[in-house]
Design a protein around this ligand. Structure first.
Ligand SMILES: NC(=O)c1ccc[n+]([C@@H]2O[C@H](COP(=O)([O-])OP(=O)(O)OC[C@H]3O[C@@H](n4cnc5c(N)ncnc54)[C@H](O)[C@@H]3O)[C@@H](O)[C@H]2O)c1
Length: 259
């Protein structure tokens, strides 16, 4: 599905980004794996041990110079760039409205929203000049409706959806596509505290029960959607925010049946 594609994945050291990097490599892509954490090296070792091609880059997606550098690394080491998955994100810590500080807001927006903007800004000229390219960004169901994160996190993800919609039009007629994925509850490093708490209480089986799929999701289930959107198979999907959430965001509030 991605044979010969040169793709950058941010947040590749854990969770959704790691799963997507592994899948993209297994579908034939050469992957630039970017993360702030050293976990990115483990991701690359796993890919190369399976016969794939990937390079690790430790970088902060909110640092503009670092973004310029990892895009350049892709073009220099792989001879070009065909797609980018701007996926790195932080939860913001789930503070309440009154607990949140301006500094909290600035960090959440810097990574989740401005980090996405910078990834687009510094890859898009390559895509436009070659007349093709696919950009995928991780938003969240939190960017669609309430109750999936704090105010800062939810606003940062609504911002990602808006960036995707606006950018699709700014890329009018260029042949470049941009889409967002809105994951529901996925078991990753970010949600580990939720899962740990439930396991301690013995209520793990309750996680995901209000979802029509009646379960939480796995990182690879987001990775499959990301690889599809990065591929030419998604050639007419553009400017879209795709929930990959087991149906969670489909409903009005409802009463959970307790019988
Ligand atoms: N897990 C979920 O339920 C869920 C739901 C909706 C959206 N998301 C989004 O999915 C994306 C991936 O998160 P995940 O769930 O895989 O969590 P995760 O914590 O397992 O992975 C996130 C990765 O991003 C990296 N990262 C954080 N800040 C960074 C920065 N400034 N520069 C570079 N890398 C940085 C982390 O080091 C980590 O490896 C995030 O954007 C998150 O908001 C997750």
């Amino acid at each position: 599905m991605l044979t010969g594609k040169r793709i950058i994945v941010t947040g590749a050291g854990s969770g959704i980004g790691r799963a997507t990097s592994l899948l993209a490599a297994s579908y034939g892509a050469k992957v630039v794996c970017v993360d702030l954490s050293d976990g990115v090296h483990d991701t690359v070792v796993e890919i190369t041990n399976s016969g794939g091609t990937a390079i690790p880059i430790t970088a902060d997606v909110s640092d503009e110079a670092a973004v310029v550098d990892f895009v350049a690394q892709c073009t220099q080491q792989f001879g070009g760039i065909d797609g980018i998955y701007a996926n790195a994100g932080v939860s913001g810590g789930g503070k309440t409205l009154t607990e949140l500080t301006v500094a909290d807001w600035q960090r959440t927006l810097a990574v989740n929203t401005i980090g996405v903007f910078l990834a687009i800004k510094h890859s898009v000229n390559h895509f436009v000049s070659q007349g093709h390219g696919a950009i995928v960004c991780t938003a969240s169901v939190a960017g669609l409706r309430a109750n999936a994160g704090g105010v800062d996190y939810s606003a940062s993800k609504a911002g990602v959806i808006s960036i995707v919609q606006t950018t699709a039009y700014q890329l009018y007629g260029t042949g470049v596509r941009i889409n967002a994925i809105c994951p529901g509850l996925i078991e990753t490093g970010m949600t580990k505290p939720t899962f740990d708490r439930a396991r301690e209480r013995g209520s793990e089986d309750k996680i995901g029960q209000i979802n029509p799929a009646k379960r939480y999701g796995q990182p690879s289930e987001i990775g499959e959607a990301a690889c599809f959107l990065l591929s030419d198979r998604a050639s007419y999907i553009n400017g879209h925010a795709l929930p990959v959430d087991g149906g969670l965001s489909a409903s009005h509030p409802w009463v959970f049946p307790r019988n």
